[in-house]
Design a protein around this ligand. Structure first.
Ligand code: B1M
Length: 211
């Protein structure tokens, strides 16, 4: 079995220590951080997601797999970062109110920091007012909202409305993403940009900060 398949297998079993060790070994073997992330960690998380959907595994198994995912991803963070990049702007990011999924949000944050952006992490279960507060108090050019549930993605519309109510809509750009979110949804709610993955999100955030 290849080391990337081993990472995926052990992540599915929630073996955080082994995943950490295997990620370290893969790095030492010269495998790129992108490959380790996509073909090892994200591949394992994808399989767990399918099993979760089919009721073959339940919340506790998914949680320990998520812990293993985070342990492995933490080692990749410095490698995904571009050494010596200067800060290009300030953004805030959070998973919307009612939603506790943070693996994707953390990846987006990691990629943005890697490209030199300053990222204020608001965490999960973030109400619309908190995004506005961060944008005003911290001077963020971009508000980034992540949602993984069809039942919570609607909160993104409330975030757009909250920026309008606070009179800052023309001063900030709003980016949205997460598995159920689409470009059509982004346009429908009046947000500025949808991106499907973490690295595109980082590129677009830089573009918006420069504009
Ligand atoms: Co949840 N869960 N979960 N879960 N969970 C999903 C999302 C689900 C699709 C599983 C399924 O049924 N197939 C389903 C949602 C169904 C739906 O809404 N249509 C679901 C459900 C139903 C639930 C609960 C309701 C289950 C329950 O309790 N009965 C519950 C809700 C809790 C809550 O939030 N209030 C719940 C709980 C959990 C756990 C706590 C157990 C755990 C979360 C742990 C954690 O995050 N710390 C969990 C997990 C792990 C998942 C799955 C298995 C994996 C999600 C994940 O992390 N993927 C997921 C099934 C799946 O996706 N296959 C599932 C990996 C991650 C890297 O991808 O987050 O999509 P993702 O991020 C991507 C892109 O979307 C993008 O970049 C990332 C990578 O490039 N992206 C952005 C993300 N945010 C972005 C923002 C951007 C741009 C791009 O710009 C701002």
């Amino acid at each position: 079995m290849s080391i990337l398949a081993e990472i995926s297998e052990n992540l599915q079993k929630g073996k955080a220590k082994i995943v950490k060790q295997l990620v370290e070994d893969a790095i030492n073997q010269g495998i790129s951080a992108k490959e380790i992330l996509e073909e090892g960690l994200l591949s394992g998380m994808g399989i767990i997601g399918e099993k979760f959907k089919n009721n073959e595994v339940y919340v506790p198994e998914v949680l320990i797999a998520a812990r293993a995912m985070n342990a492995g991803a933490a080692l990749l963070k410095p490698l995904l970062s571009e050494a010596g990049v200067v800060a290009n702007g300030k953004v805030c990011i959070g998973t919307v109110k009612g939603d506790l999924h943070d693996i994707g949000k953390n990846l987006v944050k990691m990629m943005m920091e890697g490209k030199g952006l300053e990222v204020i992490d608001l965490g999960t279960d973030v109400p619309p007012e908190k995004y506005v507060e961060a944008a005003v108090n911290e001077g963020c050019t971009v508000i980034c909202c992540s949602a993984l549930l069809t039942t919570t993605m609607g909160v993104m519309k409330d975030v757009v409305a909250a920026t309008e109510a606070a009179g800052i809509r023309d001063k900030v750009k709003i980016m949205v993403g997460g598995a159920p979110v689409t470009d059509a949804f982004c346009q429908q709610i009046g947000a500025d940009r949808y991106t499907p993955d973490a690295s595109t999100a980082a590129e677009v955030a830089i573009e918006l900060c420069k504009a």
